[in-house]
Design a protein around this ligand. Structure first.
Ligand SMILES: *Cc1c(COP(=O)(O)O)cnc(C)c1O
Length: 379
């Protein structure tokens, strides 16, 4: 590719077709997908209900602007909030959902300061990048948005930084891009308690962990938390670009007409896709993800015996295999590609796995066996 900014280090093949959990490249080679397009196509490729919902909407209107009523937005919002007293703002991506959260937190509290955590990832636009605890992401782009500071994740000393002058505290309950780092359940509860004590809004970024990835609609539900604001995106519409910020209804007055907006956001096409996606995330489906994940984690327990593996982290079908320093994760990824398996990396020499949630237990087992054998061959 010569006409596109080289912002991505791309592998030298193109995925041109997909069905279920299998992708086909431009040479006709087939792959079992342990990436879901980075946690997006959680229901696999050509998911029948999503495809037919989008096909039906393509033949009506794709875009109408936010000047008019939009029943599909209302339907998706209801599927997101269930019976909770919450409101939804639609965006087009994860970073935009986090921009909305930052703006809402400042406007609703009248305060400016936000606390984020080291190793976090919240996106690439200025607000979200400024809240991202990874110096490499910010490098060359200073100055950042002011009044954002960082503390150590899972560290009780960080609780002292949650003070009355904060608009909000933003975190992922499992840090994704930063290396699949599990939040400590007690620490997360302590952060929430401190936020409530000082009047700071707790913002949970579920862009990656949401929409069933950990076996819950939102991962925070598995930690029994009660955030003021939740953001999500990636898996929300199984591949069409959509993000959402969900906030407690008491914050609604701060986001009145004209305060925030987006031309494309919530258009009927992406909403049809999001609706058909969320309708499949039933309690039975989520239970099925948890059951498959239990088998996966039993198999993963053997991986720590491998010389190439330091540790394993994650939850549900969000998995990080932390490799030792002398094994390059990118070499592992390319070797797995030759064996017909697509995988991801994350910060810290982490082999990251985000298989579609619809993958069968048999395919999950087969993919993990391929990874195990590949890692065993290394030493
Ligand atoms: C991917 C990701 C984002 C950014 O989402 P985009 O859609 O790429 O803007 C934000 N937060 C988390 C936790 C993510 O994993």
């Amino acid at each position: 590719m010569t006409h596109v900014f080289p912002t991505y280090a791309r592998f030298p093949f193109e995925l041109v077709d997909g069905k279920g959990v299998t992708l086909t490249d431009n040479n006709g080679k087939q792959y079992l997908d342990f990436t879901s397009g980075i946690g997006v196509c959680n229901l696999g490729y050509q998911n029948p209900a999503v495809t037919s919902a989008v096909e039906a909407q393509v033949k009506k209107v794709w875009h109408i602007s936010n000047l008019y009523e939009n029943h599909l937005q209302e339907d998706v919002a209801k599927l997101l909030v269930k019976d909770e007293d919450k409101l939804v703002f639609f965006a087009n991506s994860g970073t935009e959902a986090n921009e909305a959260a930052l703006k809402l937190a400042r406007k609703a509290t009248g305060k400016t300061k936000v606390l984020s955590f080291n190793h976090s990832f919240h996106g690439r636009t200025y607000g979200a990048m400024s809240m991202t605890g990874n110096p490499h992401i910010q490098e060359g782009f200073f100055p950042m948005v002011p009044d954002i500071s960082f503390a150590d994740y899972n560290d009780n000393a960080s609780l002292d930084k949650i003070t009355t002058d904060l608009a909000g505290v933003i975190l992922e309950v499992i840090q994704g891009e930063g290396g699949v780092i599990n939040g400590d359940p007690d620490w997360l509860k302590a952060v929430q308690a401190k936020c409530q004590e000082v009047g700071a809004l707790l913002i949970i970024d579920e862009v990656q962990t949401g929409n069933g990835r950990t076996g819950y609609q939102f991962a925070y539900q598995g930690f029994d938390l009660d955030p003021d604001i939740v953001t999500t995106a990636k898996g929300l519409a199984n591949g069409l670009p959509v993000g959402a910020m969900i906030g407690k209804a008491s914050l609604g007055d701060a986001f009145g007409p004209g305060t925030h907006g987006s031309t494309f956001a919530g258009n009927p096409l992406t909403m049809a896709s999001a609706k058909a996606t969320l309708e499949q995330l039933t309690p039975d489906f989520l239970k099925g993800v948890q059951d498959k994940a239990a088998t996966v984690w039993t198999q993963l327990a053997n991986f720590t015996d491998l010389a190439a593996v330091n540790s394993i982290s994650g939850k549900g079908l969000m998995i990080g295999i932390h490799l030792t320093g002398d094994v390059a994760v990118n070499d592992v990824i390319t070797t797995l590609q030759t064996k017909g398996l697509l995988t991801l990396s994350a910060v810290g020499n982490t082999l990251r796995l985000l298989p579609p949630l619809v993958m069968s237990a048999g395919d999950l087992k087969q993919g993990l066996t391929t990874i195990y054998e590949t890692l065993s061959d290394l030493k």
